[in-house]
Design a protein. Structure first.
Length: 318
């Protein structure tokens, strides 16, 4: 790049459609700009490979701490992605084949000189639900299977379970069922497509009602000292802000610290600099590596600046 300032490109969903007060990616971009980065903006369809070279139709980006006018974009320019100092991959799930194809392009950008956060290989390897299997000491009983018979046996063993697809986000298609529920068969049929698709079932954790589904944020393997407990509404089982849960900050417990110590350093070693652990009743239920959120809520409640801790971690890596 011709500029002497470090460059940071972000790949994200349309910036015009984000929620200003809640968007963690915007917090990261505001901090990056304040720390001297020139910003560039791309969406998924701006990325391409030409003869093995990762490229993109990138637009200069300015961000503003203004809820009525939080960004300005310049004209598109063709850029070699490997020439950027940093690329943030902040595209939301679904984690589908298009997301995987984009990760191949970003891996070529990494090969060609860019620091890609989170690392593309990690994004592919660490399915946010299945990757809990690498840390069974941190998790409640969990089964990933296509077999509806095995799901029924798991339900008989535990009495009440949570059922979810492996590629969901924001609480979509998450079901709670218990023995005697006449909807159980249709839940299993729907999630497994009649035994042709893998799905996850976990023992139901009743702590979700009182203490919620807590999000612990890890920056370069180290936990932020507060978690965002997402308390379900009275009409819903799901501890997801997108599903109407209320976010309440709380200090980390000793158990939270243990979970972070078990998982954080291993993910940081693999280039996953910003990760969210979902914890219910002291058990990790998901490991979020694609585009974890929660920055703005914790910043407001505790007067911290998580995005700057993140940008500082990136600067250390550079």
């Amino acid at each position: 790049m011709s500029t002497s300032k470090p460059t940071l490109a972000v790949v994200m969903d349309p910036i015009a459609h984000i929620k200003y007060a809640k968007d963690s990616t915007l917090a990261m971009l505001l901090s990056a700009a304040a720390n001297g980065f020139d910003l560039w903006y791309l969406e998924l369809d701006d990325l391409y490979l030409r003869d093995g070279v990762a490229c993109g139709h990138a637009r200069p980006l300015e961000v503003h701490a203004n809820p009525d006018h939080w960004f300005d974009l310049g004209n598109k320019e063709i850029r070699r992605l490997g020439d950027f100092d940093v690329i943030l991959m902040r595209k939301d799930p679904p984690f589908d084949t298009e997301y995987i194809y984009a990760s191949y392009i970003l891996q070529r950008a990494e090969d060609q000189g860019a620091l890609v956060v989170n690392r593309p290989q990690g994004l592919r390897d660490m399915n946010e639900k299945a990757y809990t299997a690498w840390f069974p000491q941190c998790c409640a009983p969990t089964l990933i299977t296509r077999s509806m018979a095995d799901m029924h046996a798991f339900l008989t063993e535990h009495g009440k379970i949570v059922c979810k697809p492996l590629d969901g986000m924001g609480g979509r298609s998450i079901f709670v069922t218990e023995q005697g529920d006449k909807n159980t068969n249709v839940i299993f049929e729907t999630l497994t497509a009649y035994g042709t698709r893998y799905a996850m079932v976990q023992r139901y954790l009743p702590e979700i009602v009182a203490t919620g589904d807590s999000r612990i944020l890890l920056v370069d393997g180290q936990p932020i000292p507060y978690a965002l407990a997402r308390i379900p509404s009275g009409e819903d089982n799901r501890g997801n802000l997108a599903a109407g849960a209320t976010g309440v900050g709380r200090p980390l417990t000793e158990r939270d610290q243990f979970l972070a110590q078990q998982i954080g350093p291993k993910l940081a070693e693999q280039g996953m600099l910003f990760v969210g652990l979902d914890v219910i009743g002291g058990y990790v239920t998901e490991i979020n590596v694609t585009s974890p959120t929660g920055i703005r809520e914790l910043d407001r409640q505790f007067g911290i600046d998580i995005a700057t801790l993140f940008i500082t971690a990136i600067q250390r890596r550079l």
